[in-house]
Design a protein around this ligand. Sequence first.
Ligand SMILES: CC(C)(COP(=O)(O)OP(=O)(O)OC[C@H]1O[C@@H](n2cnc3c(N)ncnc32)[C@H](O)[C@@H]1OP(=O)(O)O)[C@@H](O)C(=O)NCCC(=O)NCCS
Length: 161
Amino acid sequence: MIAWLSGLWSGGTAAVEPATLRDAAPLAQLHGASFHRGWGEGEFETMLTERNTLVHRLRLGRKIIGFAVSRMAADEAEILSIAVAAGQRGRGLSRNLLLTHLGHLAGRGVRTVFLEVEENNRPARRLYDRAGFTVAGRRERYYRQPDGEQLNALLMRRDLS
Ligand SMILES: CC(C)(COP(=O)(O)OP(=O)(O)OC[C@H]1O[C@@H](n2cnc3c(N)ncnc32)[C@H](O)[C@@H]1OP(=O)(O)O)[C@@H](O)C(=O)NCCC(=O)NCCS
């Protein structure tokens, strides 16, 4: 009963849906809160109108609590960004977001998906491992943190079939 009530209060089940132009502002806000170099509203507006870019939102009630963004080229795609709002992390929500996003990429004819992830980003590594991505390469000191620290990147790939 309490779980049901709290589910109702927080908007029920999280839905994964194609994002629209009207989502640009909340998406930019969420991106800025999740990454050092945030993407602005204008960047999201551009991506939401480009035919080769696929953007999904994770919606809980009326709130956007996550997103996944990919760019497609021929039968390949790169996941450019994926995030879940800090207050909603650790609840397994990213898995459905990623798998739904991959399903739509497959539907658009994509056969191979690439992404880059910081080597020590444990939640993201776990998410991608469990979704069937494998390490295809490693880039030393690829990310520079605001404090000057340089972190390694892993290139991961997954074939869609
Ligand atoms: C990466 C991210 C999208 C994952 O979203 P999430 O909804 O919190 O993910 P989940 O709850 O599904 O957890 C993913 C896995 O990581 C594990 N995990 C969560 N926090 C962890 C931590 N601090 N250390 C190790 N593993 C952790 C979870 O247990 C889960 O593994 P499991 O499926 O074996 O149980 C989210 O953490 C995020 O937005 N991070 C900031 C942005 C980012 O780094 N994006 C990825 C860029 S490549």
